[in-house]
Structures are given as C-alpha cells and as structure tokens.
Design a protein around this ligand. Structure first.
Ligand code: PLP
Length: 389
C-alpha cells in the first residue's frame, strides 16, 4: 500500500465509499448482511437503529461539544422519562451494572475511584438472590467484590451487613412481576432501605414496553439498568443507568472520561448519548399496541405458510410479562431427513441470510418477530417453503 501522507485524502476509499464506487459497506468487506429473526441478539448486531436516529447521530458527530455538558443535558431529559432523579448513558446494560456497582463502592471519593478494583477501605460484598445469578453479573464481579448468594427471605435479611455494598436484582426473569423469587422487588427494596443498602435492578428483560421503566422507578429502587440497543433501537452499544443522583454521580466518576478509573474502557461519546436520548424519546411515545398488531400479523403469516408445507407450528408463550411474538416450527426430523441444525444452517447460509434460533431443547426452529420490517416475513416464509418443498 502506498503511504503518501496527504491530509484530507479520504482513507475510506479502500472501502469503495469514495467516488460512489461502494457496493455497500458490508459488500465492500465481503460480508453479506443477515435478516434477524432471533430478536435482540448481540452476535448479529441486536438492534437496527431507527433511520431518524442515524441522522441525529451523524449530526452530533459533526461538531465537538463538552462531554460533561452533553451528559448533564441528556441525563436530565432521560431522568424525566424514566421517573428518576438522574440518568447516565452507559455502554449497554452491562456497562450500567458495572458503573452502578463501582459507584456504590467508591461514592464520590476520588482516591477510592483510582484504587478500584483494590477494595482497601471499601465494602466488599454484593448480595444476589440465587435465581438472579446470570452471566451478566460478571459486570458486578468486575469490581472485585464477593458475591453473596441467598436463597430465602431469611438468608437475604441475614446477609445484609456493614460489608454489603449493593444488591443486584434481575428484573422479570420468569412470569410477571411476582416471578418466583425468594424476595420480590417491592419487598427487596423495603428491606434494603431499612438496611441502608442500595438496590440495582437489571431491567433489560422488562422491555417492551416503555411503561416498565417508570413503573420500576416507582418502587423506590435506587438504580435501574437497561439497554438502548435492543428493541429501543438506539445505538446498540449504549444503555442507561437511571436512579439516585448521588449514586449516578459516583458512577460517572468511575467512567470515561476519567482516565484513572475502572470504567474508563466503557467509553460513551456524545453521539451515543444524543442518539440514545432521541431513540428513547421516540420509544417512550411508540404505539405499542399497533406495533404488537404488526408483529402478530407477521407471525400469523409465517405460521400459515409453514403449515402449508406440513410443519407443526405453535406460538411460544409470552414470558417475562412482555409480549414478544415467537413462532416455533417443528417437523419429523428423521422422516423428512432434515435436522433442525441443518435447517438453521441452510437459512443462515442462504440468500438472503436469515438468523433464527433453534426451538426449545434444540428441536425445530424458533422465529422471533420484534424489529422486523414489513415484508421480511414473506422472505422467511419463502425460504422455509424452498427448504421443505
Ligand atoms: C442483554 C442483557 C444484558 C446486557 O445488555 P447490553 O446492553 O448488551 O450490555 C444484561 N442483562 C440482561 C438481563 C440482558 O438481557
């Protein structure tokens, strides 16, 4: 490659973007994009930003601005929407959980911020109910704390002491709000308040719809973490930590742009802050009933088409108190000489590429209708008819 250093030569020309030679950013890289019937799954990009959000982010990228001023202005608007004192755009739910935990440990003591994950002079434990343990609690553990797992109301109460920095609560894992958990949210918050321990709820599972966020805030929980890049359809790498002003300020001190902080690597720039605010303003006003009808229509179409080629189809039960339309297609894999794995792969490698999940226990294929443009249901039905014809 010739490396003549001339300013203002667009380096993107290697992608064919300059001079209108591009066949598309993905095609230029030899990548075929994929239709997503998996729902908001990170491995395929998780979220397709609304077109107007793309424009807003591009505009925000054109100029410099003082990051802290953008953070404050965006945070104020977000907090109003969430029903909390304060809010911070983070690097996804996982980033929000991490920063929330760091903030509980350090408070606004900048010496402690610099010391993390060495916990000298800080509390050392985070309490989690056993059914709330999940891979994302690695974000809690990244603070260097010890997780105290509890499995009853009694052990929960007994676990809280002078060493307890925080309680992590996983929202709505099963059923609706009163899902089977030793200590449901309202009670957890009440007990924690008495003990003076903040509660952080991972609310990533509680959307749609937007109502869930102010509803969670009204329980008096101290911090709420959720994703901006799943069905909110904002920037995929962004999320929100909303809640108490003092804790949010402490969380901010533990993140970028503060160089000597544990969260420095969880950087969020002004474009993501502004893009996510715009996406949430849009999302909070969405007509969820109309959206629900559209996804139900797409699901019903696919079900009818798959029945025509002899597949058994059923709707998966709504879970986590939210309406997400999922269609599970099964067939006699031996009889038809087609395994679910083979169909999954054929869909993934076909034209266009389609990402779908395997059904429960690996049987059949599950299609999720959550961010799909009208017409995509026809494509997936056609591909399945071709495979099973
Ligand atoms: C998706 C998810 C996360 C991680 O969210 P990101 O925005 O990708 O960081 C955390 N917790 C739960 C329950 C999730 O579903």
């Amino acid at each position: 490659m010739k490396m003549k250093r001339r300013l203002f030569v667009p380096v993107v020309s290697s992608l064919g973007l300059a001079a209108g030679k591009s066949r598309g950013v993905y095609a230029d890289l030899g990548i075929r994009p994929i239709l997503n019937f998996q729902g908001p799954v990170t491995t395929v990009g998780a979220s397709k930003m609304w077109p107007e959000i793309q424009g807003i982010m591009a505009e925000a990228a054109r100029e410099f601005a003082v990051l802290e001023e953008v953070k404050d202005a965006v945070g104020e608007r977000l907090a109003k929407l969430c029903g909390t004192e304060s809010a911070l755009v983070t690097s996804g739910t996982a980033g929000a959980i991490a920063l929330g935990t760091y903030g509980c440990l350090t408070g606004t003591d900048t010496a402690k911020v610099r010391r993390l994950p060495d916990l000298t002079g800080m509390k050392t434990e985070v309490v989690i109910q056993k059914p709330h343990r999940n891979g994302y609690d690695h974000a809690v553990r990244s603070a260097g704390v010890r997780i105290v797992e509890v499995d009853s109301r009694e052990s929960f109460i007994n676990s809280l002491g002078p060493q307890t920095a925080m309680i992590y609560y996983l929202g709505g894992t099963r059923g609706d709000w009163a899902w089977e958990t030793p200590v449901p949210l309202a009670e957890c918050v009440a007990i924690a308040k008495k003990a003076g321990v903040p509660v952080l709820i991972d609310a990533a599972n509680l959307l749609p719809s937007w109502d869930s966020i102010p509803r969670v805030a009204a329980t008096g929980v101290d911090m709420i973490a959720f994703s901006g890049g799943k069905h909110i359809r904002g920037p995929q790498s962004a999320g929100v930590l909303a809640g108490r002003k003092d804790l949010l300020h402490a969380a901010w001190l533990n993140s970028s742009p503060h160089s000597d902080s544990q969260g420095r690597g969880m950087k969020v720039n002004k474009e993501e802050m502004i893009g996510l605010l715009a996406a949430i303003e849009r999302y909070s006003k969405l007509d969820f009933a109309a959206l629900d009808r559209e996804y139900e229509r797409q699901a019903a179409y696919v079900m009818a088409e798959l029945r025509k080629v002899g597949l058994q189809v059923e709707k998966a039960r709504f879970e986590r108190g939210r309406k997400v339309h999922r269609v599970i297609a099964t067939w006699d894999e031996g009889g038809r000489g087609l395994t679910a794995a083979a169909v999954e792969k054929t869909l993934r490698d076909g034209e266009p590429r389609i990402a779908a999940l395997r059904g429960p226990e690996g049987k059949g294929i599950e299609f999720t209708f959550l961010m799909n443009d009208p017409g995509e249901e026809k494509i997936v039905a056609r591909r399945m008819r071709e495979i099973f014809a």
